[in-house]
Design a protein around this ligand. Structure first.
Ligand SMILES: Nc1nc2c(ncn2[C@@H]2O[C@H](COP(=O)(O)OP(=O)(O)OP(=O)(O)O)[C@@H](O)[C@H]2O)c(=O)[nH]1
Ligand SMILES: [Mg+2]
Length: 426
């Protein structure tokens, strides 16, 4: 007798169906997730095609922020135009810093001067009392430096006279009427700075005209920053009522970068718009660890080395020659594994300063013994440094990359060709 088949499913079969159902559902979900991830990855790829990540690297005062200003001038001039009035305070601060640097260079005025008189008989100058008198009269100006810098820093009180944090333009220009980018209505701090400077104008000019100061500045024995003569020579223009910083003023203004600052520039190449994420870093030794998190995915490194600095030492370590530091840093950047996919561009900067130094008789051999018997003219010196950097690249490059090298003077407004070239590189 045939066994009657039951229409009721056994519990095992029912469980099997449930399992099959869950398997199907899991597969469907997994496919959805895969597809979503694929789409996201495609979207990211598409986006990154239109994005370029450029790191501006180099020691402090190599010209990184100045290069960023050049990019702004060419590709985001409107933003710079809006910021223009707020640069007044930074310019005033640069003037005060130049005055302080003169006194520091003279070692408080007289002791160095007396020494210089015996060492440099050619220097004729007025009684050193003049400098002491001027220093006493300029004390209130020097005392105001920290207050102005702290305002620019948004209250940061560290080495206040040196650092200025990102975004300072916003709080400095807060006194300006909304929407008005051209008038000189100023914040309290700008008014204070200009009032103090006008009060001190005659004394600053007398100091800058003082024969000893002139001679020592000419011989580069005061250790002034590059921009100091520029601002001191332009004092009466800078202190006019209608003063609005010019492009030259902005390019020459020194503001030390703190940390890493991201700038986004939408650049056009043909019909394509490319977003440049440009990272401008603080170049002092104490700040270099902060660069590392930005190394991932960098498209290009623009490395700046001031080749005029052969006779200077690091502010953060007076035993280290600045060219030596630049070479070491460049070697570390070339050999860094995280950066091996990035294009390398080397800008040998401050050509104008190098030429001035050589013309005024500064000898490279005195500071760099390996310079040997080569001629002490611009062509030989520039070539010597170019070859040195090239050799470092050859020895330490981790990615088998080419090296694009340019000589630059970053404060001169003729960078269109170079910037255009850089734009085409990525
Ligand atoms: N004469 C001259 N001055 C330059 C040149 N490049 C930069 N400077 C000046 O050098 C000073 C330092 O330049 P910055 O661009 O602030 O240097 P940085 O590399 O950003 O320095 P940190 O922010 O400290 O890392 C500024 O006063 C610039 O105007 C140049 O080619 N020639
Ligand atoms: Mg900077």
């Amino acid at each position: 007798m045939p066994v009657a088949t039951s229409t009721v499913q056994s519990p095992k079969t029912w469980l099997d169906d449930q399992e099959a159902y869950y398997d199907e559902e899991a597969e469907r979900l997994s496919n959805v997730i895969d597809e979503t991830l694929k789409q996201e990855s495609l979207k990211r790829k598409e986006q990154s095609k239109r994005e370029v990540k450029v790191l501006l690297l180099g020691q402090s005062e190599s010209g990184k922020s100045t290069l960023h200003k050049q990019f702004q001038l060419l590709y985001a001039s409107q933003a710079l135009e809006i910021e223009r009035p707020s640069w007044r305070t930074a310019v005033y601060l640069n003037v005060i810093r130049a005055v302080r640097a003169i006194f520091e260079g003279l070692d408080g005025g007289i002791s160095q001067a007396t020494e210089e008189r015996s060492r440099e008989p050619s220097i004729s100058y007025d009684n050193g009392d003049d400098i002491v008198r001027l220093q006493a009269r300029l004390l209130p100006l020097l005392a105001a430096e920290a207050t102005i810098a702290s305002e620019l820093n948004g209250g940061f009180t560290g080495r206040a006279s040196l650092y200025v944090r990102t975004g300072w333009q916003t709080w400095v220009s807060s006194g300006r009427p909304k929407g008005d980018s051209t008038t000189n209505t100023t914040s309290d701090i700008t008014s204070m700075a200009v009032a103090i400077l006008r009060h001190a104008q005659d004394d600053i000019e007398a100091l800058w005209r003082n024969p000893l100061v002139c001679e020592l500045a000419g011989l580069r024995k005061l250790g002034l920053e590059e921009s100091a003569p520029f601002f001191l020579n332009n004092l009466s223009r800078i202190l006019e009522d209608s003063y609005l910083p010019t492009i030259d003023d902005i390019l020459n203004t020194r503001i030390q970068t703190l940390g890493v600052v991201e700038h986004i520039l939408p650049l056009r190449r043909g019909s394509e718009e490319i977003l440049w994420r440009m990272y401008d870093v603080g170049g002092a030794r104490s700040q270099r660890n902060a660069w590392i998190p930005y190394f991932d995915d960098a498209t290009a490194i623009i490395f700046l080395a001031p080749i005029s600095a052969f006779d200077q030492h690091l502010e953060e370590n007076p035993k280290v020659n600045r060219i030596e530091d630049s070479l070491q840093l460049f070697s570390a950047i070339c050999s860094n594994k995280l950066l091996k996919g990035a294009s390398l561009i080397l800008l040998l900067n401050k050509v104008d300063v190098l030429k001035q130094k050589l013309e005024s008789g500064t000898r490279v051999l005195k500071y760099i013994p390996s310079y040997g018997k080569r001629r002490n003219n611009y062509e030989s010196v520039a070539e010597y440094f170019r070859v040195h950097f090239k050799q470092i690249h050859h020895r330490s490059d981790s990615g088998g990359r080419g090296l694009y090298t340019h000589f630059t003077t970053m404060v001169v407004w003729d960078m269109n060709a170079l910037l255009f070239h850089l734009l085409m590189l990525e």
